[in-house]
Design a binder for this molecule. Structure first.
Ligand code: SAH
Length: 221
């Protein structure tokens, strides 16, 4: 893969994506903007859709799944409030793009995907690109990753019917969970902050994600 050549070809598209889709809609975290202006999103998108990699929409990645719209990636990442030293868990690796962004902003990223084919593809791209602080795991992420807990941040990139209790248990005090909640027709992105005494929830915006399938999610696709 000729990464540098591809990156140059898309540099203008990426710059415009950051300006017109992220900055103009209020994304303010400079570290998030920097990561999104550097990570070559087109390399995570199947060749058929590569020309549209920086457009303002989700795109198919195979297995009936999608890579999220750039703005959704940005706002979810911003909601985690990462400073650089955190250990983060992502549920729903998909293309690996969100994991790549997180890896630029935290110290280590665990990411779980239930489709083995997608997980293997993401792992390969992330390795080729030299992202060495990400571990891709195949499995049911709705259960979290208790053996590596607690996490500062947990980001779920598929829609859950309720906030999985086990994920809250795997957050450290001060930690944050970002999760789309609802059903296929009506979803809201929620941020949950775990304090010493309570869970503080906040609605962020309406959204549309594929379902979280698993023991603590929906039972089938
Ligand atoms: N973050 C991804 C977008 C993922 S789409 C990206 O940057 O491209 C949501 C993904 O969640 C899909 O790949 C789907 O297979 C996966 N998924 C759904 N339920 C899951 C579960 N219980 N555990 C792990 N992955 C799951």
């Amino acid at each position: 893969m000729n990464t540098s050549q591809n990156t140059d070809t898309y540099a203008t598209d990426r710059f415009q994506m950051v300006q017109y889709q992220l900055v103009s809609r209020g994304i303010q975290d400079e570290r998030v903007l920097k990561a999104m202006s550097e990570v070559p999103r087109h390399l995570f998108v199947p060749e058929l859709y590569r020309h549209a990699a920086y457009e303002d929409c989700p795109l198919p990645i195979g297995e009936g799944q999608t890579i999220s719209q750039p703005y959704m990636v940005a706002i979810m990442t911003q909601c985690l409030g990462l400073k650089g030293k955190e250990k983060v868990l992502e549920i729903g690796t998909g293309s690996g793009y969100q994991a790549a962004i997180l890896s630029r902003l935290a110290s280590y990223v665990y990411t779980i995907e239930r489709h083995e084919g997608l997980a293997l593809r993401a792992k390969k791209i992330l390795k080729q690109m030299g992202y060495d602080n990400i571990e891709v795991i195949v499995g049911d992420g709705s259960l979290g990753l208790p053996e590596k807990a607690p996490f500062h941040g947990i980001i779920v990139t598929a829609c859950a019917p309720h906030v999985p209790e086990r994920l809250l248990n795997q957050l450290e005090t001060g930690g944050r969970l970002v999760i789309p909640m609802g059903n296929p027709y009506n979803q809201i992105l929620q941020q949950v902050i775990k304090t010493k005494s309570e869970m503080k929830s906040r609605d962020i915006l309406e959204c549309a994600f594929v379902p979280l399938i698993g023991e603590e999610g929906w039972k089938q696709e």
